[in-house]
Every structure is written in C-alpha cells, then in structure tokens.
Design a protein around this ligand. Sequence first.
Ligand SMILES: *Cc1c(COP(=O)(O)O)cnc(C)c1O
Length: 284
Amino acid sequence: MQNSPVSKLILEGREFFVKRDDLIDPFLAGNKYRKLYALLKTPQQNYNKIISYGGTQSNAMLAIAAMCKQKGWEFLYYTKPLSKTLKELQEGNYFHALSLGMLHYELEEKHYKNFIVSLRLNLDEKTYIIDQGGADKSVREGMEVLAREIREANLDFDALATPSGTGTSALYLALALPEYRVYTTASVGDAEYLKEQMSALNEIPKNLIILEAEKKYHFAKPYADFLEVYKKLLNAGVEFDLLYAPLLWKCLLEQTQEKILYVHSGGVSGNASMLKRYKQKGMD
Ligand SMILES: *Cc1c(COP(=O)(O)O)cnc(C)c1O
C-alpha cells in the first residue's frame, strides 16, 4: 500500500492541505481503513469469522465487509430491525456490504442489548468481534502508520483536523502526532459525551482540541448549512461526507486561523442516499 496523496484546497481565501485517505479504496477507505489496519495485517489463518453490530448505513460496516471479502473471512453483522425501503435500496452502504458477502441478522429491539453482550460469552478463538464503529485499542497501530505518512510528506502546516464519531480516530491521531494540535468536533452527541468515549480508550492528550459550534446539530439529519459547506468544498475540488465533515469544516473556518492539514475520513459512499434525503426536504 502506497501513502495516500495530499491535495491543496483553497477555501474562503485560506489554503488547506487534505490527506486523501478517501482515495485508498472505493469501500475500505478513510479512517475505517486506518482503524482496520491492524486486522488487515493479521495473517489470514488467524480468524475465519468477524462479528460486528450497529447501524445499517454505517461506513464501518461497509469497510469491514470489504476487508472480510479480501481476507476470505465470514462477516456476521447484527442490527435492529430494518425498514423494507432500506432492504430494497439498490445503492448505499447496506446494499454494497451485502454484495461483498455480509451476512445480516436483525434482532428484535428488546433483545438487542443482551444479545450483543452475550456475543463475547461464547466466542471461539477464530472469531473476532469489532465493537460498534470500530472503537478498539488496536486502532493505535493504523494511526501510527498514518502519522508516519504525514511526517514523510514534509508539509508546512501548524495543526491537523479530523472529525469524530466515537473519537477513536482523532484520539489516536493526536497521540501519534504529539507535536501538532489536532482539531475535532463531536458529530454524535456533545463534546462531553465524546470525551467520555475517548477516555474509555486512553487519557485524552493536551494537543487534542474539541471545537464546538454555536448551534446544536443532530447526527445524520439534513441541515441547509451543512449542504452549503459540502458544496463549497466540492467546488473547491474535494468531495467530503455529509455526516461528519460539514460540522468540522464550519468550525475550522469560523474558529481557527492557522495552516491546517485535514485528514479526510472517507464516507463519500454514503452521500448518494443522504443527498436524496436533502432533495426530499426541498434542499438541493
Ligand atoms: C466513522 C467515521 C468517522 C468517525 O470516526 P471515529 O473514529 O468513530 O471518531 C468520521 N468520518 C467518517 C466519514 C466516518 O465514516
């Protein structure tokens, strides 16, 4: 695997660098590639089955499906019940993950939590469980490889930025590059919740900064100002995802001044279905 490239982006007269992890692979890209790096490097014969659970539009699900296909591992994915519309959709992460061989199981809402807990109780040594969103200490290894690539590129910048869901990526990026500030934003829940999630993995380092917007945004909802930022970025030459990137870019433009390297977290494969929802709301 070669180092992912770096693009320059001019936005509101400011110059940004973008580490193009979105270009690594159509499905196994962005921070999900970095997060699964250690597993990808694991000898094929160590496992025959990967189990995970979570949302049915999740980028992690799609990346794990692509990894399992590559490795010849079976992939079992558990979710709460799914709508008929999503099941029949011929595009998007769920559709692609199934076509990569994912075995999907729906659990009744009332049994979901207990079932997920019970997965670990009767586990054989050839099965590996990846928690929702890939929050795992093994992510450190992939982020250290990313840090090495960033140092090798020898770029002139003052701070890094990458958006957070569980915060696993931003946390390990900040730990791997202690000489830079790392900006992030909480896309799922608020900053307090994000800190809690991160603290469960490691002490939060001083160089990690969580920016907060004035307005409260709910995860995966369409917002006119998010679409506006998305389009501005697209016009400047790079497509970003619609769930995580717009909030961080908004905060970077409003609250920072220095030269920033933005680590593209991927997720562009989910844009088709999200853009449809924007359209249904009369925003496009
Ligand atoms: C998963 C994901 C994130 C969040 O990553 P965490 O490590 O959970 O914080 C950010 N951006 C995109 C596009 C993602 O798919």
